[in-house]
Design a protein around this ligand. Structure first.
Ligand SMILES: Cc1cc2nc3c(=O)[nH]c(=O)nc-3n(C[C@H](O)[C@H](O)[C@H](O)COP(=O)(O)OP(=O)(O)OC[C@H]3O[C@@H](n4cnc5c(N)ncnc54)[C@H](O)[C@@H]3O)c2cc1C
Length: 410
């Protein structure tokens, strides 16, 4: 039986490891952090998992968050315009907003409980080559910042050479959750960026979280360059100002006296450069490494596609790896090149849509938002399609396609 090494127990590495384990393959998972270190670490993201990821985790037997209290079933979108564009779309399929500090350790423990082998190691490029000597295939899923030198950027698939947004994400206190079922809120402040609010499953229960996508040079940028640790009161005041000025749906539920970041580890600031890298690299001796998840394709979080595309990529890779193993065939360059094509075909729409969404919206995209505010059917279809990037990009990639979508739904 071939042996597979996976480096990185993020959502990509874990979904792949659990899938291959289910297929009965010999998998070793190399991860630099223990489950407890992940649990007690800094907030890494504010991830919403779509129906398709939820179906994948059900198939893997790791759907631990299935109660009605865990599901988000509407998306409210508001654009600051005169008059504002404001609508609520009902999702055909519910989303799961969950702290990766809850999700990843739980799946890692599932993998171990089922007999999976986890090696605690922080690997560099030489370490990955070393794994290549001992395994038939190495899959590297170390996220957007780990081991990137092994996999060159593909310029023709990477239109942005620098971050298009600066980010703040955090779990907050002093914000009353909206009454009724959980709702994801998407507030656009033209020229400044976007503020997202959701109710988030964390170790401490379900609490509000915010993501600010700040356009560089706009009024939301300063908070993304501050450090809470330097002056917590100043940081919280700046966050409050940003919410009051640019997130009216959130501002109406803020308690000004107590509003702020929940704790020093409960926020992140920074920026993401969207990139597509080559999906495989030679390790010498006829062995290859595959790149998976953010390491292969990094999406800006603006459309909520990164983790969902990582689980899609893991599922596509697992099927091909299991098929190759069953056939007794080698994980050679032809196998890797074929998988790279399959991954690009599967992820391309999400990547192109996300990269386009980072630019000022074209008129036809604004027309779609206006149509959604007038027609519940358009609103429901548009918001549901955040789970279906192929459909969403097919609709948004040309004025004609958008017009035909509006005409058929309005
Ligand atoms: C603010 C924010 C909001 C987001 N919102 C969404 C959203 O709503 N929906 C969505 O789908 N996506 C979202 N994303 C994107 C999502 O977080 C990523 O796409 C996803 O986490 C990528 O998973 P990954 O497994 O590729 O990498 P990671 O989650 O980064 O995991 C990499 C793993 O590799 C380990 N590792 C790293 N280097 C090494 C090494 N050298 N040796 C051993 N182990 C190593 C790390 O410890 C980590 O466990 C968001 C991201 C951010 C920043």
């Amino acid at each position: 039986m071939p042996t597979i090494a996976i480096v990185g127990a993020g959502v990509a590495g874990l979904h792949l490891a659990l899938h291959l384990q289910k297929e009965g393959l010999d998998v070793s998972l190399y991860e630099e952090r223990t489950p407890d270190e992940i649990r007690t670490g800094r907030l890494p993201s504010t991830v919403g998992l779509s129906l398709l990821t939820r179906e994948r985790q059900r198939a893997l037997g790791v759907a631990h968050w299935e109660g009605p209290e865990h599901a988000t079933s509407t998306i409210r979108i508001r654009v600051a315009a005169e008059p504002p564009i404001d609508f609520v779309g009902r999702l055909a399929d519910q989303a799961l907003f969950i702290d990766m500090r809850v999700y990843l350790p739980r799946l890692l423990e599932d993998f171990v409980a089922r007999g999976g082998r986890v090696v605690r190691a922080s690997l560099d490029a030489a370490g990955v080559r070393g794994l290549g000597a001992a395994h038939d295939l190495v899959v590297v899923a170390t996220g957007r910042a780990g081991l990137t030198d092994l996999f060159p950027r593909v310029p023709e698939r990477s239109p942005h050479a620098a971050p298009m947004r600066r980010l703040f994400a955090g779990i907050v206190r002093g914000l009353r959750m909206p009454p009724g079922p959980m709702e994801f809120m998407f507030q656009l402040s033209p020229g400044h960026g976007e503020i997202f609010e959701n109710q988030y499953i964390t170790l401490g229960g379900i609490v509000p979280s915010l993501l600010i996508e700040a356009i560089p040079g706009g009024a939301l940028e300063p908070i993304t360059r501050m450090r809470y640790e330097d002056d917590p009161a100043r940081f919280d005041a700046a966050l409050l100002d940003a919410v009051l000025a640019h997130a009216p749906l959130t501002a109406e539920r803020v308690d000004r006296a107590s509003f702020g970041v929940a704790g020093p580890r409960d926020y992140l600031t920074g920026a993401v450069t969207p990139v597509v890298r080559r999906a495989y690299a030679p390790l010498g001796g006829e062995r290859f490494a595959l790149a998976l998840g953010d390491l292969h394709i990094t999406h800006d979080p603006i459309t909520g596609q990164g983790a969902n595309m990582a689980t899609l990529a893991a599922s596509l890779a697992a099927e091909q790896i299991a098929g190759q193993a069953a056939a007794g065939a080698a994980f050679d360059e032809a196998f890797c090149a074929d998988l790279e094509d399959r991954l690009w075909n599967g992820l391309r729409a999400a990547t192109e849509w996300t990269n386009a969404f980072l630019l000022p919206p074209p008129d036809h995209a604004l027309a779609l938002l206006v149509a959604a505010a007038r027609s519940q059917k358009v609103a429901d279809a548009f918001t549901t399609n955040f789970s279906y990037p192929d459909r969403q990009w097919a609709i948004l990639s040309s004025p004609e396609a958008t017009a035909s979508f509006i005409a058929s739904h309005a």
